[in-house]
Design a protein around this ligand. Structure first.
Ligand code: SF4
Length: 364
């Protein structure tokens, strides 16, 4: 039942997604128990180490410079600031820190060196370190691995077809190429997506085809519910129903049996009962802290009360894979190559992204 399968088709996944709910939940929970401890959920902390001013046009993102939103931009944090936040996260039960920078892609230089130092610092606190920095080359992935990075996040967001309706500044293949670069190292892959962006169920299944046919499958998959932010092209999207979220989590659990499935953005819109059903369906991680990069998230104390109520235990770090050793910058065997890869700039335009850009100019 939990056998790893890498040739899922969209039709098979749709059949799972559309099963009667009780049957779907039973199947997902059974697979979950075979592969994971059902009473353990990882608490991760997402830190925005560089906020706003991004050159991309992701239709859901308030950090894109071209949209007028309430997000206040920040330069790259210092290593000490990050260390202080990581210590705080650790003391409140987090075993993983995910650092996000609003960049199209990583550029070799001082800022990337600073991020590498952040990775070393958090790894030495015995926490799993994850980064989400945009597109990276193989050399940059090697340097992150050498610094002690545990995971790299790079979401596929949706199906390849619907991706073109949300983002026009890079292509799906660019995403897959970065995932491939990460796979050439010991760093684990974190990749998932967002539901509620106006996609249909076929697109949700299409994204799961793309993720499940990766070999190996991602070690971690965040499932986000869109948080529609004023000023972004997707500002008018209605919140996704909890039943869609439960179905998506359960289907993800079935097609990615060994993956850590992360209940990510959108938890403020979910009741405890809804979240409990997601845990039953196979979600085994949440993000803690009052902000998820820039959007609201439940308070950590509320989460701990929910854990107590449901009898859940926070997962210890490095339960799935041993802790990487950090190599100091002076001992690195990788040089910065200063590569300038030609990432795609597709030439299609997305009407609602263009409209949001025009509206933003009138408001700035
Ligand atoms: S999602 Fe990332 S790449 Fe896209 S606009 Fe936001 S910060 Fe930039």
């Amino acid at each position: 039942m939990s056998e790893m399968k890498h040739n899922w088709t969209k039709e098979e996944i749709l059949e799972i997604y559309n099963k009667p709910l009780m049957e779907l939940l039973y199947e997902a929970a059974t697979i979950h128990r075979v592969n994971h401890d059902p009473n353990t959920v990882q608490v991760s902390t997402l830190l925005s180490i560089k906020t706003g001013g991004c050159s991309e046009d992701c239709g859901y993102c308030p950090q894109a410079a071209r949209y007028h939103t309430n997000v206040k931009g920040n330069d790259l944090m210092t290593v000490n600031q990050v260390k202080a936040q990581a210590l705080r996260a650790k003391s409140s039960g987090s075993s993983r820190v995910c650092m996000g920078a609003a960049w199209r892609n990583v550029k070799d230089g001082e800022e990337f060196d600073q991020v590498l130092e952040m990775v070393r610092t958090i790894n030495k606190l015995d926490m799993e370190v994850c980064c989400t920095l945009g597109m990276i080359t193989e050399n940059q992935a090697q340097r992150l691995a050498e610094a002690g990075l545990y995971a790299y996040n790079h979401n596929l967001d949706s199906s390849e077809e619907y991706y073109k309706e949300v983002i026009s500044t890079r292509g799906y293949q660019d995403r897959l190429d970065t995932i491939d670069n990460v796979r050439k190292t010991n760093v684990t892959v974190c990749s998932g997506g967002i539901i509620g962006m106006g996609e249909n169920i076929e697109d949700r299944a299409g994204m799961l085809v793309a993720l499940s046919t990766l070999n190996p499958q991602p070690e971690s998959t965040p499932i986000n519910a869109l948080v529609a932010v004023e000023g972004t092209p997707l500002e008018d999207q209605k919140p996704v129903s909890i039943w869609d979220m439960i179905r998506m989590v359960a289907t993800t659990r079935i097609v990615l049996p060994e993956t850590q499935v992360r209940l990510s953005a959108g938890r403020t819109q979910m009741s405890r009962e809804g979240q409990a059903m997601c845990f039953f369906a196979g979600a085994n991680s949440i993000f803690a802290g009052d902000k998820l990069l820039t959007t609201p998230n439940p308070d950590v104390n509320e989460d701990m009360k929910m854990f107590e109520l449901l009898g859940l235990n926070p997962q210890k770090p490095f339960t799935k894979k041993v802790q990487p050793q950090s190599v100091e910058a002076a001992d690195s065997k990788f040089e910065a190559l200063g590569e300038k890869p030609k990432w795609t700039r597709p030439d299609h335009k997305i009407e609602r992204n263009e409209a949001a850009k025009v509206k933003s100019k009138t408001l700035k």
